[in-house]
Write a protein that binds this ligand. Sequence first.
Ligand code: HEC
Ligand code: HEC
Length: 470
Amino acid sequence: MGLNLPFIILLCVALLLGGCESPQNAAKVEYSSPGPVPAEPQRPGDPEKGYRALLNEPYLGCGMPYSAYQRIGGTGAPRIPDRVGRNAELPYFLTAHRTLKGVEVVSVNCLACHGGLFDGKLIIGLGNENLDFTEDRSITAESAGAYVDTEAEAAEWRRWANRVRATAPYEITDTVGANPAINATLALIAHRDPNTMAWSPQPLMEPPPKQVAPVSVPPWWRLAKKNALYYNAEGRGDLARAMMLGAIYCAEDVATLREIDAYAPDIRAYFASITPPRWPFGINRELAEQGRAVFEATCSGCHGTYGERQSYPNLVIGAAEVGTDPALAQNAADGSTDRFILWFNRSFFGEIARAAPAPGYIAPPLDGIWVTAPYLHNGSVPNLAVLLDSAKRPQYWTRSYGSAAADYDSDTLGWRYTELPYGKAGAKDPKERKKIYDTRLPGYSNAGHTYGDRLSETERKAILEYLKTL
Ligand code: HEC
Ligand code: HEC
């Protein structure tokens, strides 16, 4: 279907006259292929400045007026004492700032999902696998309105509550621990003009489906090695620009995004500098050394090598090949999310970053893997022992969602869980139902990644010991 030259000229003239509306429709989404993800140049940043910016800057911009927050009452969650001003008093996942209209507001920050606890200690960058998104968050946001005093406060509360209302229906999951961040971001995109970032109360494109594909939150320290962001390696180009997409929650124009983007490279540099927590229990060094040999023969081709001869191949494996739940990879690469990808690539973000999903999953670096349970992109596998032995993976299971050392099983490397004889359909009450991980539901499968199955029991034990050392 060759286009001839006169036709192309005509088309260009028509586009010029028509205000160049059409390239958007003509633009095609470029997916990535499975295989190695090449490194791309990154803007340099200062990790120390990035740490401070992450903890103090108001990149998620709007929130509940501080006075209302005070009346509703705080939580016992850990504080980070080296934060500045009001932030030092607030739980680690909240950030206070004064808006242009002079109202002090409290908003959630990135640590709400990317700060996790182990034995009472906050680990920055560890995904929080215990968050409960099973209820409609707009109900709490609306009720906070009862606690605002002044007109200026009411206006700030309304702006925030409206944002919550627009996204809340798209971030309801049916299982505690399943994270809806991707879907929430797509819902925000649907309301923003890609050129001006102006918010439209009515969606400007079809919002995402309300059914949320479950996702476990990956640890930030992987950015020391990964050349692309996200499980399907969708975030390409300048990763600092790509990873601040969440700022469209409340940034009402491109100028605000540029301010945030000015410190984003520092935050990325900070992420790349985080060292994962060390295994806090004993290690059998001899067994771990045997495990290293098995690991290097069986797993390193995809996950790389660790220690002195460190390497990491940045490999995306096709969803069918790895055999894990295909929904997340398919959703992005089957055309059904093209409108969001086009929006991203045309917007401020697309200037130096790209959204280019692959129909598969990246084999992640395994540094600090012991602390990141449950496993696989959908959190469907409770511990590393059963990750290595697929026949033993539970079909229906539940856990306490605790984070004390006593909740952790140092033999199997994961949070303690109970296998159930029934799935969600067999649960007696909603409180029990939402805590059941049901691998028979779409998106929740625990199949695939059977690379440990062909090893002997002794070899698996050895690999498990080795994984404690990473
Ligand atoms: C509502 C929960 C939530 C919040 C808040 C959140 N994230 Fe995430 N983040 C996620 C989830 C879930 C993923 C995994 C998505 C995927 O890979 O498909 C993720 C992935 C990432 C990754 C990629 C990690 C990797 O290995 O590919 C980076 C970097 C990141 N987030 C940075 C941030 C920053 C910076 C903020 C604050 C501006 C933030 N996130 C706020 C849930 C959240
Ligand atoms: C052919 C490539 C390949 C081989 C070989 C391989 N893996 Fe993986 N691994 C992957 C991919 C791809 C994923 C991500 C799958 C997903 O999330 O759906 C993964 C995920 C994992 C995870 C879960 C990471 C997380 O954050 O949840 C662990 C742990 C892991 N692999 C360990 C191993 C071990 C140990 C071996 C050797 C016995 C091994 N893998 C062999 C490709 C591979």
